[in-house]
Design a protein around this ligand. Sequence first.
Ligand code: NAD
Length: 295
Amino acid sequence: MSSQQSDFERTPGGAVLMDGKRLRDELIVSLRSTIAAAGDPEVCLATVLVGDDKPSQVYVKSKGKKAVEAGLQSRHVGLGADSTQSEVEAAVRELVEDPGVHGILVQLPLPDGLDPEPVLDLIPPEKDVDGLTERSMGRLVRGKLGHAPCTPLGVMRLLDRYGVETSGRNAVVVGRSTLVGLPQVLLLGRKGADATVTLAHSRTSDLAAVCRDADIIVAAAGIARLIGAEHVKPGAAVIDVGISRTEDGIVGDVDFDAVQAVAGAVTPMPGGTGPMTIACLMENTYAAYGMMQGS
Ligand code: NAD
């Protein structure tokens, strides 16, 4: 254990608590001073929200607030639930063409009847700070300059900050979505991170056995408390991405109470990967500005 690791907060069972809120705050303070040191350039994150989905409104508001805290400009475009496909596309096209906008985030899901694909396709990779478009994913696969999706990137930041070695280690990613699981596999396995990665999913025959082999588990299935103590090798790092809204409030994919007694490090839920997703969105936006300046 490094001396830095001995300073980390621990769970009752002795696992390092990978505190996403704390790391988000650190990253935002650091970004703010980077921007100030660069002479306070106007770097703008634009968010687009269509309709009145409550959780989406909360997410977008919190992204705007954190952008301002990080020293970024925040612009919001709100469109009614009855907007047509061409109205949504026109709003996004306007942001694409505006040189004062560096990052564009279209909050998903769009209301029923609207197709997100043609909307996302309008966003050039430089401005795609969510990293979710076909071209951004292609760049990630090809190892070209671009933005990686914020949630899996946030997981990488947590592993790094809390001293979890990835090189040569076995990692299991549970869930194979294009939003989280697939890019997570790429980020863990690419040069620099160098983990040996297994992708588990709903058809994996013995999930517990697969996970027990892992030094790192990233759970992104969206199944409440899917990962229990029996899935975890003693000392492994367990990262919870899943969010299930239950009568008891928000519950992750990881049974925190059971897992913290076995794991070497674990994220809380909430307070782990969610705040890190937002922090990485801010970092990607500043990186977008850099790309557009050609630096
Ligand atoms: P998704 O529904 O698109 O994908 C879920 C994946 O989990 C699928 O690939 C499926 O094969 C796999 N899966 C389902 N049941 C399984 C099982 N019993 N065993 C193993 N694998 C199983 O979901 P998504 O968009 O990838 O999101 C996953 C979860 O992460 C959701 O709960 C979502 O709300 C949450 N999420 C959290 C953040 C964050 O910031 N923390 C960001 C995005 C998504």
